[in-house]
Ligand binder design. Sequence first.
Ligand SMILES: Nc1ncnc2c1ncn2[C@@H]1O[C@H](COP(=O)(O)OP(=O)(O)OP(=O)(O)O)[C@@H](O)[C@H]1O
Length: 507
Amino acid sequence: MSPKKAAPSDSRLVLENLRIATPEGRVLLENGNFTMAAGELLLLIGPSGGGKSTIVNVLSGLLGSEGAAWQIRGSLTLNEKYYDLADDVCDAGGLVFQDNALFDDLTAAQNLAIVMDHAGSPTPELARLIESLLRDVDPNQSVASLSGGQRQRVAIARTVLARRPILLFDEPNSGLDPHAAQRLAELIKELCIKMGTPAMIVAHHYDDLLEMADRVLILDPVQRTLHQTPPERETIAARLNAIGAVAEERAQDEIPGVPSRAWEKRLRERPPILWFFHYLWEYFWVLTASPLTIAYVLGGAAIVSFVTMWFGFNYDMLGDYMRSFVHDDALLGVGFIIMTIAVPLIGCILIVARNNAIITADIGNRLYSAQFRAMHNLHIPGRKYLNTAIVLNMVVGSLLLILLSSGVATWFALQTWRLIFPGQPFELWREHFFRLFVMRPDIFWENAGWVVLKTVISTFLASLVAIHSGMGRKNSVIDINNAIARSIVYGTSVTLLVHASIAVLQF
Ligand SMILES: Nc1ncnc2c1ncn2[C@@H]1O[C@H](COP(=O)(O)OP(=O)(O)OP(=O)(O)O)[C@@H](O)[C@H]1O
C-alpha cells in the first residue's frame, strides 16, 4: 500500500514550545504546548483575535500560504515524525474551513470524488459513516444550491475522506442551534474514535460541545500562552473571566502595531460625495492610469502603426519602380488610416477587452460576496457610485489613452518610414503624413470628431455591457467567470460594430 493510502489510525501529536508572531512581528503565542492522542477531541477557545485560527493554520500547513511571512518556532512530533516548525511545514491537519470552501463548480458527489481519487477509497466503515452523514443530500446536486447545514456536512465528509492524521474544525458550530451543535459534536467524536484520529475544534460557543470534548485549551492572549483545563463549564468560565479582567486593565495600553487613538479621527462624518470620488479614483487607477494598462494600449498603437507603414510601403502592388512615384499619396493615405481608423479601433478593442474583464469581475465579486446588499442595507448608494465611476472612467479614460496612442503611433510611423527610406528628410514625411490635416483644419476637426464619437459610443456601450454582465445573478465563482467571458465577447463585438458603422458614415 502506498504511504498516501495508509489509514492514519492511532495518530498522536506532541507540540512543544510553539511561538507565533504575525508578519508585523506581534507575538501571539510565546510557549504553547499540548498533545493530542488518537480519538481525542480538543476544544480550542479564547478571546477574539487571540490566534486560534492561526494555530489551526499551523497544524494544517496553511499558515503563510497566502504569502505573508509569519514567524513560527517550536517543534511538532507526529507518530515519531519530527518537525522543526521554524523550517518545516507540517500539513498533518485536514481542515474543515469556517465557510466550508467547497468547490462550487462540482456537484456534491464530485466534491468527494476528487478527494478520494487523490487519497484512495475509504474503508467500508468510513464509507458507511459518510453515507449516513449525507443521507439527505442528492449526490448530483450542485453544492451552490445546498442548504448551509448540508454544505457543512459535505465539507466534513470531504475532509474526512482525505484521511489526514488530525481533523481540524474552524468554528463549525457558528450559526447552529444548540441541538444541532450537540449533534455535530457527537458526530465529530464518533469520527475521531472510528478513524483513530484526534480532532481539534475552534469555537466561540463552546457550551454545547463540552460534553463530547476530552480537554479544553484556552488561548490566553494576555500571557500569550495556552492553558489546559478539563471540559468543565465553571473552570473555563473562571479562566476566561480572569483573562478578560486583565485584558480590560490593559485596554488603555497601546497595542503594538496600532497607534493609540487610531480610531478617534476616523469616527467623524465627511460629505458622502467623497465616496463617489474615492471610487472614481480607484477605477481611474485600475482602468486607465496603471502603468501596465498604458504600456499595453500604447504597445498596441506602436505595433499597428509599424505594421501599417511597413507592409503598406514594402508590399505595395505597384512594385519598387513605382514606389517613389506614389510615395507622397501613399504616405497621406496610410497616415490618414493610422490616425483615424486603425489606432482608435485597436486602442478601443484592447481597452474594452481588458477593462470589461476587470469591471465584470469586480462587480460580480461584490455581488457574490453580498457587498451590494450590505451597501443597500446601510443606505449607501453603492451602485450609483460604482456605475457612474466606471462609465466615466471608461469613456474619458479611453479618450485619454487614444490621444496618447495617436502620439505614439505617429512616432512609430516616422521611425518605420526612416527604416524604409533612409536619408529622407523628416519634413517630407511630416508634409505628407499630415498633409490633409495641416492643409485643411476643417478636415482635421471633422475627423477628430469622428474618432471621439466612435471612442465615446463604443466604450460607453461596452461599459454598460460590463456592468450588466457583472450584475447578473451569481451563485458561484463559475457564474462570475462565465460573466467575464460574456462581457469580453459582447464588449469587443459592440466596439467592432460601432467602429465599423461609424467608419462607413465617416467616408
Ligand atoms: N494575514 C495576516 N496578516 C497579519 N495579521 C494577521 C493575518 N491574519 C490574522 N492576523 C492577525 O493575527 C491575529 C490572530 O488572528 P486569528 O484569526 O488567528 O484570531 P482568532 O483567535 O481565530 O480570532 P477570532 O476568534 O476572532 O476568529 C489577529 O490579531 C489578526 O489581526
